[in-house]
Design a binder for this molecule. Structure first.
Ligand code: NAP
Length: 332
C-alpha cells in the first residue's frame, strides 16, 4: 500500500511517499481503507521530536521521557504518522462484533499513529465509531482528537447553563471543540482567546466574546469566569486567580509539575482550584460525539485538503500559522 513514511526527524521534507506492506487484521481487529486523515498537534510534534527538549515539551519531564522512549530518541520508531482518520471497513477479524465490511467509520489511534496510509488496522474495541451521517469523510476525520479531549475536559467540571468559561487557545485542535460543546451542549457563555488572524474563526464556532492574546492579557481585565480552560498552559495560576470567581476552577490541558503541585495544594482548601486534565480516550466517547454531531452540536471546520502525495506540503501549511480550521489529507 502507499503510505507517508517519516524517514527521520526534521522538517516536512522528511515525510516521503513509499510502498509499504499492507497490514493484515488479527482476529480482534478491523482493516480500514483510509479516505481522510487530518494533521494535528501530535503529527507535527512527533515529526520534529528530536528537537523537542523537556523545556519545550508542554507536559512534565516523565511524559517527555515516555514520549522519547516510544517515539525514538535519535530516529523515529513510529514511521507512519496520523492519529485520526475516516474510512471504510474492508475486512473484519473473527472476534469482532461491532463492525461489518462496508461500514463507514471514523476514529482515533492516538500516539500509536499510522493513519497517513491507504490502510490501517484497529482493534474492534478501539476508538472507532460509525461515521456521522451528516459529515463527509474529510469532516469526520478531523473530529476525534479535539472532540474526545474537549468532552473529557468538560466532564471534569460541573458546567451549568449561563456559567462563564474562558478558553485560552480556542483556535487549535482542542479549543474549537471545547467552545462548541460548552456553548451548544452545556449552554455556557464562552470567551475564546486566540491569535489575531483566527478571531473570526473562533467567533464562528459560537464564542460569545473573543480576545486576541497578542493584544490583550485577559488576566489584566476585571472580568471573571467560573472556569478558565488553558489548552497550552500559557497563563500561570497566580495570574488566572484574579480572573476566577471565588470558587472558580483553572483547568490546565498542558501542565508541568508546578501545576500538579498547585492542584494538590488547592484541592485541600476552599476557594479557587487548579485541575490538571489527563485524557484517556474511549470508544464510548466517540459514539457519544457522533450523536452530538448528528444533533448539530459539533461542526467540523476544514481549511484545506491535500492529497496523500502532498503530505509534506500539508505539514508546511499546517505550521505556517495561516490555517483557520483543519488541514486534511485525502487518500484516494
Ligand atoms: N492533557 C491531555 O490529556 C492532553 C491530551 C492531548 C494533548 N494535550 C496537550 O494539548 C496541547 C495541544 O493542544 P491543541 O492540539 O489544541 O494545540 P494547537 O492546535 O497547537 O492549538 C494551540 C492553541 O493555543 C493558542 N495559543 C498559542 N499561543 C498562545 C498564547 N501565548 N496564549 C494563548 N493562546 C495561545 C493558539 O492560538 P493561535 O493559533 O490562534 O495563535 C491555538 O488556539 C499540547 O500541549 C498537548 O500536550 C494534552
Amino acid at each position: 500500500m502507499k503510505a507517508i513514511v517519516l524517514t527521520k526527524y526534521g522538517p516536512p521534507e522528511v515525510l516521503q511517499l513509499k510502498e509499504v506492506t499492507k497490514p493484515t487484521p488479527k482476529h480482534n481487529e478491523i482493516l480500514i481503507r483510509i479516505y481522510a486523515t487530518p494533521i494535528n498537534f501530535a503529527d507535527t510534534l512527533i515529526r520534529n521530536f528530536k528537537a523537542i527538549s523537556p523545556k519545550k515539551f508542554h507536559m512534565p519531564f516523565l511524559f517527555w521521557l515516555i514520549g522519547k522512549m516510544s517515539f525514538g530518541f535519535r530516529k523515529p520508531k513510529i514511521t507512519i504518522l496520523g492519529s485520526e482518520f475516516a474510512g471504510e471497513v474492508e475486512a473484519v477479524g473473527k472476534a469482532v462484533t461491532r463492525f461489518k465490511i462496508g461500514d463507514q467509520v471514523f476514529g482515533y489511534c492516538g500516539p500509536r499513529m499510522g493513519a497517513n496510509a491507504e490502510y490501517l488496522c484497529m482493534r474492534g474495541t478501539g476508538v472507532v465509531a460509525i461515521k456521522p451521517a451528516n459529515m463527509s469523510y474529510e469532516e469526520a476525520a478531523a473530529i476525534p482528537y479535539g472532540a474526545i479531549m474537549a468532552l473529557n475536559i468538560l466532564r471534569k467540571i460541573d458546567l451549568r447553563p449561563s456559567q462563564k468559561v474562558l478558553v485560552n487557545g480556542a483556535s487549535g485542535g482542542i479549543g474549537p471543540a471545547v467552545v462548541q460543546l460548552a456553548v451548544n451542549h452545556f449552554g455556557a457563555t464562552v470567551t475564546g482567546v486566540c491569535g489575531t488572524s483566527r478571531l473570526e474563526y473562533v467567533r464562528s464556532l459560537g464564542a460569545d466574546l473573543v480576545i486576541d492574546y497578542t493584544k490583550e492579557d485577559f488576566t489584566a481585565s476585571q472580568k471573571t469566569y467560573d472556569f478558565i480552560i488553558d489548552i497550552l498552559g500559557k497563563s500561570p495560576f497566580a495570574r488566572c486567580k484574579r480572573s476566577l470567581v471565588p470558587d472558580g476552577r483553572c483547568l490546565y490541558v498542558s501542565f508541568k509539575m508546578k501545576q500538579v503541585f498547585q492542584m494538590l495544594r488547592t484541592s485541600m482548601a476552599g476557594g479557587r482550584k487548579v485541575i490538571c486534565v489527563l485524557v484517556n480516550e474511549k470508544s464510548e466517547d466517540l459514539i457519544f460525539i457522533k450523536e452530538l454531531i448528528e444533533a448539530g452540536k459539533i461542526k467540523s471546520f476544514i481549511d484545506r485538503c491535500f492529497p496523500l502525495e502532498q503530505t509534506a506540503e500539508a505539514h508546511r501549511y499546517a505550521e505556517s500559522g495561516n490555517k483557520k480550521g483543519n488541514v486534511v489529507i485525502t487518500v484516494k
